[in-house]
Design a protein around this ligand. Structure first.
Ligand code: AMP
Ligand code: MG
Length: 486
């Protein structure tokens, strides 16, 4: 397969960084790669020809059996605080092929996930199973459609080899597309085991790649911390506003670009409860819904620590400057979240009591175990029925206040309704739907997944076909759990 026909156009800037940051190595070939799904819009935006990639050679490429011209495959080194404990990590089952330069001149990492063991695999087999890779595909594409920054999914292939978890599973590889794979943990790695020069090179690289506008700031490294914080505050507010729970907000799973990364035991909340946690290994609830903003701030403090030597030569001064930045997180997050809540409730302007108006609604939703997404749907379309929440006197009182609040702004009812339509999704990837799609896929039926992907691709369309996807899962006494051993 020539690059001329497929459109690969690689650069390898990461491979030009200090060698301690990665290990060059090829993916481990697999027995019989078979293309399960190709993301044609993503392929097109990357300048790739979908028709060519749907061939046998495409499967060989996404399976790691064939390296496209111009790629310099490598596994990245990084570290990370996992549930609060600092560990030396790295791509244990992923290979970066290189950076695709798109026809419009943008640069995206192309990474195979599940592509075999690397020097960073520790005890792991370097492989991935079909279910979790399709799960990442579905949820990351849903996040993108919701307007939330995220890595994308280009393709999933099965490998023709089994993987062994608790049971034997179908092996698979996901091709992930990311603005970059730089993580908070990449900085932690260099701060812990690299030289001061390497740290500076890495920081300059991150600035060049993601924040070129701060190149000439008075203190570019302090500005880097501030810019990453701004993007993360905005990102986490967007998660909260759709009820997304990441599940493993370790510092190695937090990007410098501000994209959501690493869809492991993530899930969307149905019933509103700030304590919601899905991950089976998160017994303490460290990464519960309500903890996501403070955990983001904690992770950013780890980034700040790593950057200290670059921020100021005097370490006391550096700490003071970094703390000054980090202390701004809560206000920044709050302001992003408030703006998002205003939009969800059709509000264009700000009023002093807005926060208490929003919190009162959320408290009632919690008391009445209301569904997060569907409550905002009902408010958007004024279909206030079918839930104990809407019949309660306290809700009726709140509704009166909200209506009065809407009445005090210039914009009319129709404008508010439009604002709400575009900020309250009709569909989210509900757990029972995702599980159904994965279950069918395991049996070789990919139609359920395709239909789900279709519906999730326009979450603000509010089309008739989306109605059934708003349905809640059958009530069970067993809490939904997601598993990390992917
Ligand atoms: P995660 O929890 O997916 O963010 O992964 C944490 C670390 O474990 C990363 O360094 C991964 O590369 C590594 N890892 C996860 N699964 C495997 C596996 N099956 N084989 C080797 N390494 C893995
Ligand atoms: Mg990870």
């Amino acid at each position: 397969m020539t690059n001329h026909t497929t459109g690969w156009n690689f650069d390898n800037s990461y491979a030009r960084l200090p060698h301690s940051l990665f290990t060059k190595l090829d993916p481990t070939p697999v027995r019989s790669p078979e293309l399960i799904i190709l993301n044609e819009p993503v392929a097109a935006s990357l300048g790739l020809k979908a028709e060519e990639l749907k061939s046998e050679e495409g499967a060989a490429l996404f399976g790691g059996n064939q390296i496209p011209d111009g790629a310099v495959p490598l596994a990245q080194a990084y570290a990370g605080h996992q549930f609060g404990h600092f560990n030396r990590l790295g791509d244990g089952r992923a290979i970066l092929l290189g950076e695709q330069i798109t026809p419009s001149g943008d640069r995206f990492d192309i990474q195979l996930k599940g592509s075999g063991r690397t020097p960073y695999s520790r005890g792991g087999d370097g492989r991935a199973a079909l279910g979790p890779m399709l799960r990442e595909y579905i949820v990351s594409e849903a996040m993108h459609a919701l307007g939330i920054p995220t890595t994308r999914s280009l393709a999933v292939v099965t490998t023709g080899e089994p993987v062994y978890r608790e049971t034997e599973l179908t092996g698979a590889i996901l091709t992930r597309v990311a603005a970059s794979h730089l993580r908070v943990g990449t900085f932690q790695y260099v701060a812990a085991w690299g030289t001061p020069e390497e740290l500076k090179i890495l920081a300059d690289y991150a600035i060049e790649r993601h924040y070129p506008e701060i190149r000439s700031a008075a203190n570019p490294y302090l500005a880097l911390l501030e810019e990453v914080m701004k993007r993360q505050a905005k990102l986490i507010s967007q998660w909260q506003l759709v009820g997304f729970i990441h599940g493993v907000m370790n510092t190695d799973n937090m990007t410098i670009s501000g994209e959501t990364i690493d869809y492991g035991p993530c899930a969307f909340m149905d019933t509103y409860d700030p304590k919601t946690v899905f991950s089976s290994i998160d017994v303490q609830g460290r990464y519960a819904y309500r903890n996501q903003p403070p955990i983001a701030a904690w992770n950013l403090s780890r980034l700040a620590e790593a950057l200290l030597p670059l921020i100021h030569e005097d370490s006391d001064q550096a700490i003071e400057m970094a703390q000054d930045v980090i202390s701004g997180f809560a206000a920044l997050y709050q302001s992003d979240w408030m703006a998002g809540m205003r939009a969800k409730l059709g509000l264009f302007n700000e009023e002093e009591d807005d926060q208490s108006l929003f919190e009162a609604l959320l408290d009632m939703m919690q008391d009445h175990q209301a569904d997060f997404t569907n409550t905002f749907q009902a408010l958007t379309f004024d279909t206030l029925e079918g839930s104990s929440l809407f019949r309660s006197p306290e809700f009726l009182e709140w509704h009166g206040k909200w209506q009065a609040r809407l009445g005090r702004q210039q914009e009319g009812t129709e404008a508010s309704h439009q604002l709400m339509r575009t900020n309250n999704p009709a569909v989210i990837p509900r757990n029972h739907r995702v599980e159904a799609a994965l279950g069918a896929a395991e049996q070789g039926d990919f139609d359920v997944m395709r239909r789900l992907l279709e519906v999730l691709s326009t979450p603000y369309a509010h089309s008739p076909e989306q109605k059934e996807f708003a349905n809640l899962p059958p009530k069970t006494t067993i809490p939904y759990q997601t598993f990390c051993g992917t």
